[in-house]
Design a protein around this ligand. Structure first.
Ligand code: DC
Length: 230
């Protein structure tokens, strides 16, 4: 079977990582959540009180940052490590990260630092990577590009349910405001703004179950791999 690169981009809280993880598992490919990498860098900046708007300070801080992924053998899921410390849970529940990660990721110095690592991870293909600029900047020649969208209200509800399950106290309005703000910053920044690549296939999953979305994506994958059954 040919090995391909699958790039999955889209707005905040669209279920990109859930889909990417599922597709990667089905194909036995590597899965990389690039949002987690930007969140880990943001956590470092917060923990070390770095002025994220001072590019020299950010550049210095990056020299001390290593972001990696490791499989947790207990549940067989991939977890994110910042300088060898497991930060997986904190990355998605710390509201301070959610409120500044879009500003941190708008910085070109941070983008260059992480994009280089992401491209290196894809050298041998067989990878599913999700983010905002995967099909446009990280892997412009990816064999399959998906662009995921969903109604903001539905996305906010899904994210709210997820946070509630993790014991976080917040409101739907707060979650919706945060994701709209992030969408705006992500799609209007000068460097690598979030946009659909010309050759990406758009999936609006507002009225799709996770399973339906997975089946739809897998049909596209099979066509690319030349293993479709028709
Ligand atoms: O997917 P996420 O919500 O975890 O991403 C967090 C932030 O990181 C998001 O607001 C934009 C940024 N990001 C990015 O700029 N480029 C990527 N490839 C992935 C995420």
């Amino acid at each position: 079977m040919n090995k391909i690169i699958i790039a999955i981009d889209g707005y905040s809280s669209c279920g990109k990582s859930t889909l990417a993880k599922h597709v990667a598992k089905a194909l036995n490919y590597r899965f990389i959540d690039t949002g987690a990498m930007y969140r880990a860098v943001t956590l470092y900046m917060l923990n070390h009180q770095i002025d994220i708007y001072n590019t020299d300070a950010v550049m210095d801080a990056l020299k001390n940052i290593s972001v990696s992924f490791q499989i947790n053998p207990e549940n067989n899921t991939q977890e994110t490590y910042l300088n060898n410390e497991n930060v997986e849970n904190e990355l998605r529940t710390n509201s301070r990260i959610a409120s500044i990660v879009s500003d941190v990721s708008a910085n070109s110095v941070v983008r260059r630092f992480l994009v280089k690592q992401q491209q290196y991870m894809g050298i041998e293909k067989a990878i599913v990577m999700d983010g905002r600029d995967i099909g446009t900047v990280v892997f412009p020649t990816a064999e399959l590009k998906l662009f995921i969208t969903a109604d903001p209200q539905i996305r906010a509800q899904r994210r709210f349910d997820e946070l509630k399950e993790k014991g976080q106290t917040t409101t739907i309005e707060e979650v919706l405001a945060n994701l709209k703000k992030r969408d705006h910053i992500d799609s209007t920044r000068a460097d690598s703004p979030l946009k659909k690549a010309d050759d990406a296939i758009e999936i609006n999953n507002s009225n799709m179950t996770r399973e339906e979305q997975f089946e739809f994506a897998m049909e596209l994958v099979k066509k690319k791999l030349g293993t479709a059954s028709e």
